[in-house]
Unconditional design. Structure first.
Length: 312
């Protein structure tokens, strides 16, 4: 039987979700979606068993003998080539799997056959690869994909492959740590940043961006907050985009749901700088991570992407 199915896995700070992907037809198999919450402070055994249950379910739903491999979209720090966690607790998550060889433990837990491929990529890069495969940037040579949510993720793509070590991009393709105003970009372009500025503006605490966005239609100050966010996001990204010569920005993450409220001011900044670039909200969202991680199981893609994966 031809094995043309890969399981794409998205590992988040407090969840795991996965779905099977038809590599030949570039199509997600919606009926295979599986996921659950994860206690990221649990023991190594509990975490790998939680991951294993969801992956096993997706494999069963995909059909016996059809799965060629499992691709992970994994947060860092992580040795993406060897599959070994380097998360030491500094990010307040997964400290108990530090040093764990994920392929080895997963094979033991699920009794996987030896020839089943298990491969890894940074979560932001997985999202960007998925978008470049079948999403908003599929017709672009050079793109930047960003995720705006709990943190500020980014990945640069050239001709379908991530760029992480080049004079044209920041180190590792990351922008979250770059200086901006009185701190770093992650302090400003994240849920935390928007919630804090909303508090400074109104004196009210909210849980997330959605609670702020619903007020924009009736509160001019809240609308100004989003317009300021877009202008400053454009201001921050402008030199980065110019250096990479990007054609398109694809935006995912929770904050992307409010793009209509800050896209105009981003475009105004780019026009002011005489820069032509298109801005698009991801339509795939988490599905882009499934697609990007599953694509690693395509051997020719993986071989070409591996030099970049080694440097993530």
């Amino acid at each position: 039987m031809e094995k043309n199915i890969a399981i794409g896995v998205d590992v988040g700070g407090s969840h795991i979700s996965c779905m099977a992907y038809d590599l030949q037809n570039k199509k997600l198999l919606d009926h295979t979606l599986s996921g659950s919450a994860v206690n990221n402070h649990a023991s190594q055994k509990e975490i790998i068993e939680t991951w294993g249950r969801q992956i096993s379910r997706a494999m069963e739903l995909a059909g016996p003998g059809k799965v060629d491999g499992i691709g992970f979209a994994m947060p860092g720090p992580f040795d993406y080539e060897k599959g070994i966690s380097q998360m030491d607790g500094k990010n307040d998550k997964y400290e108990n799997i530090y040093g764990m060889n994920v392929p080895l433990e997963l094979r033991k837990t699920l009794d996987l056959r030896d020839d089943l491929k298990i491969r890894f990529v940074n979560d932001a890069s997985a999202f960007a690869i998925g978008e470049s495969q079948v999403g908003q940037s599929k017709d672009s040579q050079r793109s930047l994909a960003i995720t705006l949510g709990t943190g500020f993720g980014s990945a640069f793509i050239q001709d379908g492959f991530p760029v992480v070590a080049s004079d044209e991009v920041p180190e590792y393709g990351c922008v979250w740590h770059l200086p901006f105003e009185d701190g770093i970009a992650d302090d400003y372009f994240s849920t935390r940043g928007l919630v804090n500025r909303y508090f400074s503006l109104t004196g009210n605490r909210v849980a997330g961006v959605r609670e702020i966005a619903v007020q924009a239609g009736r509160d001019a100050k809240v609308l100004e907050l989003f317009e300021d966010f877009g202008w400053k996001l454009g201001l921050f990204l402008h030199p980065v985009l110019l250096k990479f010569n990007a054609e398109i920005i694809v935006i995912g993450g929770n904050i992307s749901q409010a793009l209509a409220m800050f896209q105009g001011s981003m475009n105004n900044l780019f026009r002011k700088e005489n820069m032509r670039i298109s801005i698009h909200q991801s339509e795939l969202m988490e599905a882009a991570s499934f697609i990007g991680s599953a694509t690693l199981i395509n051997d020719s893609f993986y071989e070409e992407a591996l030099p970049s994966i080694r440097k993530m």
